[in-house]
Ligand binder design. Structure first.
Ligand code: GCO
Ligand code: MG
Length: 444
């Protein structure tokens, strides 16, 4: 017992109290045991792992701590500008983070966010996401729990997904959709190529390209609109009423065409139509709502709360569809999910090939813990990806199953990652251009 405590008992409580001292000491020790955490780990290193096991360039941040074997991974994938994320992490966040304790995730998120003064851009948000998710991974590993437990536990057993069915012609799409259905999927996204043009989701062979005033990839929004509506009609007929249909408009139409498209598509009872408008045209969502009840998903291009807040609070969309690392990671995405729940909006986190398996685990974790989960986009992991990222979530019967290991449950084999470096490409992974017949460049 500390001397001062013994003196205190003798002086103020008398000898009787001193006799009770052993019990007092034991109680004190119990409190100490309960409150004494092992000293919080400190950040010893922040590094970036890059690889391209499939089409997309993937970026992951690794945070190493001063405690033996304790580290974590976070997804920071921004495939079109991948080379910029690494220096954002190494030259700015790393010096800011070295020596800090890993236990204050929210505090670190807020201070990284503010440390650039200008914020909410895709490069910096991805860099912060890498750090944020790596810190969650570390906390999960410390607790010996998967992160869904730290976020409150499961609301459901597994995550209902949709697969991507596509093809040059209508019958190819239907056949591809049937393959998904045969695997147990209940939901399919359908995309058809546009003859001679650069459509989204399926590139049609350039055999009968319409005349244009340039030789760049070509697109015609009105033709796209007619073809996609036809596809939905055929799919509803051929696939039956039990299958949920989704379609990604990829903000290719003009705002008024988008309103028309959503209105026309109402008859096909879609699960949702995705990205009818670009983030620059958010005001038109009011017109879509006023004209039809087609469920709308939006948000994969969002980086800023100023983009998702009005759509959610005005209940202008049905599914919020943010790319988690583009919003800054697991911490802000959890807040988006909770905000959306309050307004009856469901989640449909962006899950394409340009999310690393660590990011997919973050998606699946959000899906499991959010009451207002809607659906999850699914992209398969090829063998090369699984050799690098061991512990990818598993697909069974159209459901994704979380990895039950602590943290995100993923181990990265850095030697395997080094065997799949970014491949050379003329635009360094960036996208080219798509133009209308007269040569006007459009959003893709
Ligand atoms: C989707 C998306 C993607 C994006 C891609 C951009 O809904 O899956 O639209 O296919 O185009 O992630 O890099
Ligand atoms: Mg999309």
């Amino acid at each position: 017992m500390p001397i001062e405590r013994r003196d205190f008992l003798r002086t103020f409580a008398g000898a009787g109290a001193l006799a009770l001292a052993p019990r007092f000491v034991e109680a004190e020790a119990q409190v100490a045991r309960a409150t004494r955490a092992t000293p919080a780990p400190r950040i010893k290193d922040v590094s970036v792992i890059e690889c391209q096991p499939e089409g997309a360039r993937l970026t992951v941040v690794k945070i190493t701590t001063d405690q033996d074997g304790l580290y974590g991974y976070g997804c920071a994938t921004f495939t079109q500008r991948a080379d910029l994320v690494k220096p954002a992490v190494e030259k700015y966040l790393k010096p800011f983070l070295l020596g800090k304790t890993t236990d204050r995730i929210e505090d670190i998120w807020q201070s990284c966010y503010d440390s650039s003064y200008w914020k909410n851009g895709p490069v910096l948000n991805n860099a912060i996401s890498g750090v944020d998710q790596a810190l969650w991974d570390i906390k999960g590993r410390q607790a010996g729990m998967p992160i869904y437990q730290l976020a409150g536990g499961k609301c459901r057993e597994a995550v209902d997904c949709y697969g991507h069915a596509s093809g040059d012609e209508f019958e190819d799409v239907v056949a591809n959709a049937k393959q998904y259905i045969a695997q147990g999927f209940r939901n399919v996204r359908v995309q058809v190529g546009l003859p001679g043009m650069a459509g989204y989701g399926s590139q049609h062979k350039e055999n009968n390209r319409p005349k244009a005033l340039h030789d760049k990839p070509l697109f015609d929004p009105a033709a796209q609109m007619r073809r996609a509506l036809k596809l939905l009609e055929i799919c509803r007929r051929e696939l039956g009423d039990e299958i949920e249909l989704l379609h990604d408009m990829h903000e290719r139409l003009t705002p008024n065409e988008a309103v028309q498209f959503c209105k026309e598509a109402e008859q096909f009872r879609m699960f949702f139509l995705e990205d009818p408008l670009s983030p620059e045209d958010l005001g038109y969502f009011r017109q879509i709502r006023q004209n039809c009840a087609t469920p709308i998903a939006m948000g994969e291009l969002f980086n800023s709360p100023h983009e998702w807040q009005p759509l959610i609070t005005e209940q202008l969309i049905d599914y919020i569809r943010v790319h988690v690392s583009q919003a800054g990671g697991f911490s802000p995405a959890r807040k988006i999910a909770i905000l959306a729940e309050q307004f009856g909006v469901k989640t449909a986190w962006h899950g394409p090939g340009d999310v690393s398996p660590v990011g997919h685990m973050a998606n699946v974790t959000l899906d499991l813990v959010s009451y207002n989960f809607g659906i999850q986009e699914y992209s398969p992991f090829n063998e090369r990806t699984q050799a690098i990222f061991q512990g990818c979530p598993e697909m069974r019967d159209g459901y994704l199953w979380v990895n039950e290991k602590p943290g995100w449950g993923i181990e990265i084999d850095e030697k395997e990652a080094a065997k799949a470096p970014f491949t050379a490409s003329p635009l360094n992974g960036g996208w080219g251009e798509i133009r209308l017949r007269d040569g006007t460049v459009i959003k893709q």
